[in-house]
Design a protein around this ligand. Structure first.
Ligand code: HEC
Length: 266
């Protein structure tokens, strides 16, 4: 009863503990096992559409150059890739609806790659309230087909000034604030945090899909470590276990560093 009440208080009734089937070291499980609860799906999709919209607005309105243009393109591709991935891992939402959205998102990635930002802007606006296409094919589509995708996948961890969502800075700040008591405060384990953790976890699942050019086994192990830490953190937050959440948050942060060290980032 109490657990139930607490979940309702969090507004996350559908966030159950069995959301992850895969754990670290379970390298045989190709799929990764992350699924999105039905009630969080529209919020995550909406957030990603908004980010993508901002990016294509900037790309079509302004004469961007240099790094900012590069980061803005990454922001758009990140948003679209997130949308496509959400559609593929939310089993409890209508399959036709998801396949339609996925195909639309993947199509816009092509438009952006063709530098046709005005068209992309229109297409992104059309993502909201899309009618399910009966011809859209449900089932997974692999699109993370080269290592350069890593840059897009990592984009939302970057700082605002680099067109990111500052997720890395937020996670580190949170770990630092909780360090004294070795516990994450209940008020911080809110829905905003959970959404951010799903964004992080989905990035981990996407990273695992990407084939590394070098040290492919290390890459997969590192991605799995990140996925496992994110999964443990989500479970701890679901149970409002601040101490376990603190530990998992630290594990998550070190899993990022581990991969960055292994692959010479920074
Ligand atoms: C499986 C490997 C892997 C994992 C796990 C991983 N990263 Fe990355 N990350 C990379 C690679 C490779 C790059 C370089 C590509 C790029 O510049 O985006 C990168 C780049 C980044 C960047 C941009 C760096 C810069 O200086 O511009 C940030 C920020 C980042 N990662 C944050 C994170 C966070 C936060 C996590 C954990 C929650 C994480 N990463 C987990 C592989 C990984």
């Amino acid at each position: 009863m109490t657990t139930h009440t607490r979940r309702l208080a969090l507004g996350l009734a559908a966030l159950t503990i069995g959301i992850w089937m895969a754990t670290a070291g379970n390298a045989a499980d190709e799929k990764g096992g992350l699924t999105i609860p039905k009630d969080l799906y529209p919020k995550l999709v909406e957030h990603a559409i908004k980010n993508t919209q901002e990016a294509v607005d900037d790309l079509s309105a302004k004469k961007l150059g240099g790094d900012i243009k590069k980061f803005t393109i990454r922001k758009a591709r990140n948003g679209l890739a997130m949308i496509a991935t959400y559609t593929q891992i939310t089993p409890d939402v209508d399959a036709q609806e998801r396949a339609t959205l996925r195909d639309a998102a993947l199509k816009i990635i092509k438009t952006i790659d063709d530098d046709n930002y005005a068209a992309a802007k229109k297409q992104v606006a059309g993502l909201t309230g899309l009618k399910p296409d009966p011809k859209a094919k449900p089932g997974p589509v692999k699109f993370l087909n080269n290592f350069e995708w890593t840059e897009d996948v990592m984009q939302h961890f970057r700082l605002n000034k680099d067109k990111g969502m500052e997720i890395e800075a937020k996670l580190l700040k949170m770990a630092l604030a909780a360090d004294k008591k070795k516990e994450i405060a209940p008020k911080d384990m809110n829905e905003g945090f959970v959404l951010m953790l799903y964004q992080t976890a989905v990035a981990g699942a996407m990273a695992k899909e990407i084939k590394a050019n070098k040290k492919p086994k290390t890459w997969v192990t590192d991605a799995e470590e990140m996925n496992a830490a994110a999964a443990d953190l989500l479970k701890a937050v679901d149970k409002k276990d601040g101490k376990a959440a603190f530990q998992s948050l630290n594990k998550l942060n070190s899993s990022c560093n581990k991969c960055h060290t292994d692959f010479g980032v920074r």
